[in-house]
Design a protein around this ligand. Structure first.
Ligand code: NAD
Length: 460
């Protein structure tokens, strides 16, 4: 495999050096080809997602294929603007002259993707990398094998391997890839592996983006339309059976509305999935037995008020809501990444904010409140990758908003222009004229410091 991997990379280095990835027309052609392939192969991709995660077709279309097609359209439309060198001011000392920032592709980039949205989380970074003029090696997740195969086929039949190449495999393959030198690494997955990826990147001084997970709090104030809030929370939590990096991980509810909200969550879950969610075609499955066991283990000794049941052999776990009296529970330690929603009640906002501040910074924070002062305070006093007020998850579908974490939930961002910029080196260029040469800057320095202090603000 090592030989094959180094051959793939040297093939891509040649392709990149030929300059073929740089002309805007080539980039548009690549993005258009990807768009057509996604549209043509929609049935095959939906079938792969159904096989891996029993993803309901509507969820798969909305969150993977539809989202990607829309992002490609958005990028195609705006790329001419983003690609243009950005002119900036030139200080007096360097005039006559001009300054600009050129967006230069890094070269050969590695994208490592996870299993939960296996198509979207592979192709969204890939399309940003292509828009920026790079060659891409993609390593999809071995935990979504049907999607990995479908992706490999789609990319193989759409692109020259010098431009895009899929390398399928598990952690051994990922380690081998990381042993090679890339010009940029884009990783999406767990914190544990994220640290290994960053270490490997450091060996070659390769810049990297890490899109990680975390425990996303969902703070619910008392003065809200409870039914609408419950529907939006249940949708974001149980979409893809809770296996969403930006799903609300736990609820922090004002004690005065806890019971009402729990009842509304029960209603919403029944409205979405019927009285027996295992029979609903609209409810996904847990990715594999190991994850099912991990999630079932988290529920031990607890009494869910909604759901709780499951079937390991069919990888089914019911949409589950569990009240908690304290944060001292395994459910409040690790990211849940499944359809279990713990509910903690708070008495006052200080208490809730202290709980959030005492934990690593999450990928997303949700707040349900009508109170503008409270919203401002939560925005000011918390830090997270993104915030969505009065809804869950939907902030990530806006390509105008950069998507990424902060602190332990990741570093760097993408989507829309942020994706283009992530995969571009911002090269600073200054061009001087020979016309005028300010003597002041050359030795021997004759101007006294007193004078320099006065004039520097005009010169810089
Ligand atoms: P995973 O098991 O699919 O792993 C992710 C990728 O890392 C895979 O391609 C895998 O082969 C590779 N990998 C495994 N071991 C490796 C190693 N030693 N070195 C290098 N690569 C290795 O997915 P996961 O890690 O279970 O993903 C779930 C996590 O990802 C959750 O924490 C979730 O919150 C997070 N996530 C984050 C985002 C985001 O956009 N921020 C999106 C989805 C998932």
């Amino acid at each position: 495999m090592t030989d094959r991997i180094s051959e793939i990379i040297s093939g891509q280095r040649e392709y990149f050096a030929s300059g073929k990835t740089r002309p805007p027309a080539e980039r548009w052609a690549a993005l258009r080809a990807l768009r057509s392939a996604l549209v043509e192969r929609e049935p095959e991709l939906l079938a792969a997602l159904a096989e891996d995660l029993a993803k309901p077709a509507a969820e798969a279309y909305l969150s993977e294929i539809g989202l990607l097609v829309r992002e490609i359209d958005y990028v195609l439309k705006r790329l001419p603007l983003w690609i243009r060198p950005r002119r900036v001011r030139t200080p007096l000392l360097s005039r006559p002259g001009s300054s600009r920032i050129i967006f230069e592709p890094y070269g050969v980039v590695l994208v490592i993707a996870p299993w939960n949205y296996p198509i979207q989380l592979s192709l969204s970074p890939l399309l940003a990398a292509l828009a920026a003029g790079n060659c891409v090696v993609l390593k999809p997740s071995e935990n979504a094998p049907a999607s990995s195969r479908a992706l490999a086929r789609l990319l193989h039949e759409t692109f020259d391997p010098g431009l895009v190449k899929t390398v399928e495999g598990g952690s051994d393959t990922a380690r081998e890839l990381l042993g090679e030198k890339f010009d940029y690494i884009f990783y999406t997955g767990s914190k544990r592996v994220g640290k290994l990826v960053l270490k490997a990147a450091a060996e070659n001084l390769t810049p990297a983006t890490l899109e990680l997970g975390g425990k996303n709090p969902c703070l619910v104030d008392r003065d809200i339309p409870v039914k609408t809030a419950a529907r939006r929370i249940a949708w974001g939590k149980f979409f893809n059976a809770g296996q969403t990096c930006v799903a609300p991980d736990y609820l922090l509810v004002h004690r005065e509305v806890r019971d009402e909200l729990t009842a509304a969550l029960r209603e919403a879950i029944e409205e979405f999935y019927g009285p027996e969610p295992e029979k609903s075609p609209d409810y996904a499955r847990i990715v594999n037995r190991d994850h099912h066991r991990r999630l079932a283990g988290m529920l031990q000794g607890l009494r869910p008020v909604i759901g709780g049941g499951g079937d390991e052999s069919r990888r089914y776990l019911a949409p589950t809501v569990v009240p908690l009296d304290s944060t001292e529970h395994p459910l409040m330690e690790e990211e849940i990444f499944g359809p279990i929603l713990p509910v903690l009640a708070y008495r006052d906002l200080e208490e809730a904010l202290a709980l959030i501040a005492g934990r690593p910074r999450p990928l997303a924070l949700y707040l349900f409140s009508r109170d503008r002062r409270l919203r401002r305070r939560v925005l000011r006093e918390t830090s997270s990758g993104s915030v969505c007020v009065n809804d869950t998850v939907s902030q990530i579908i806006n390509p105008e908003l950069p998507f990424g974490g902060v602190g332990e939930s990741g570093m760097g961002a993408y989507h829309g222009q942020a994706g283009f910029e992530t995969f571009s080196h911002k090269k600073s260029v200054m061009v001087r004229s020979f016309r005028f040469d300010l003597k002041l800057r050359y030795p021997p320095y004759r101007s006294p410091l007193k004078v320099l202090r006065k004039i520097t603000r005009f010169l810089f």
